[in-house]
Design a protein around this ligand. Structure first.
Ligand code: ARG
Length: 257
């Protein structure tokens, strides 16, 4: 009897230890599970032109076009779920979505919590200021107030740099904070800065960028087979020029990582 109790205890301990390792408590769907489900559920924050944004009520953009082709190759339907950016990665990690697609920068910290595909593009962080601003470089941001989208790399980078940061759930509000004079600068990824400021003479984008932002798609641990399959598809889409063509459709030139 004593032996049985210790055996049960040992098993319970083993299970606990196992769950502590992300891969054992994995929430991600395998390739076969996604194929059986017939759809890939993708969480996205569509306030990030040209990667994902709203045209009326439809989510469009570079990443939407890429993900459509990925799903076509996998033989499943693409199901987009719109949520705020700071909920994308936690939602993927918790297994509420199969994939996170939001111009997501791969970072060491994030890689502890989710599984990333290969990087398909390298962006940079840009500084946007009022057209008549004296701020001309990153160095001028010292002691200044900046806006950024909540939970983004811009948000954490600016805090680490010691700037006073106003974080907004949506990128449009982060931009408005600048145009209405609540902050001195808006920090956001470069292509989004460019597209969201196009035709707006009240703001300018500084030529100096601050960080490298390697983009990839995020999955929960457990999705290793799925990520492997998607990496192969992405590799082909890059090699045959399809991704370059998609970028061109949104007025941008593509440089492979
Ligand atoms: N690349 C940045 C990050 O990963 C910003 C992404 C914001 N994406 C969005 N869809 N609003 O933190």
């Amino acid at each position: 009897m004593k032996k049985l109790v210790s055996l049960i205890l040992a098993l319970a301990l083993l299970c606990g230890a196992c769950l502590a390792f992300t891969s054992c408590g994995a929430k991600g769907k395998t390739l076969d599970e996604v194929k059986a489900a017939g759809e890939l559920v993708v969480a996205t924050s569509p306030d990030f032109e040209p990667f994902e944004f709203l045209e009326g009520t439809t989510v469009v953009g570079i990443e939407v076009d890429i993900m459509k082709l990925v799903c076509e190759e996998l033989g499943v339907n693409l199901k987009l779920e719109q949520i705020a950016f700071d909920s994308v990665l936690p939602g993927v990690q918790a297994g509420n979505f199969d994939c996170g697609m939001s111009g997501i920068t791969v970072t060491e910290e994030r890689s502890k919590n989710v599984l990333f595909t290969d990087v398909y593009y390298i962006a940079a962080q840009a500084i946007v200021v009022k057209a008549d601003s004296d701020i001309a470089s990153k160095a001028d941001l010292e002691g200044k107030k900046v806006s950024a989208q909540l939970g983004t790399t811009a948000d954490s980078f600016c805090r680490d740099e010691g700037y006073t940061v106003e974080s907004y759930e949506h990128n449009n509000d982060a931009k408005s904070a600048l145009t209405t004079g609540l902050v001195d600068a808006w920090v956001v990824d470069n292509l989004t800065a460019k597209q969201m400021c196009e035709g707006d003479s009240s703001v300018k984008i500084l030529s100096e960028t601050m960080t490298e932002e390697p983009y990839a798609f995020a999955f929960a641990f457990g999705s290793e087979t799925l990520v492997e399959a998607i990496n192969e598809i992405l590799e082909d889409l890059i090699a045959d020029g399809t991704i370059e063509e998609i970028f061109a459709n949104y007025g941008e030139s593509y440089i492979a990582p």
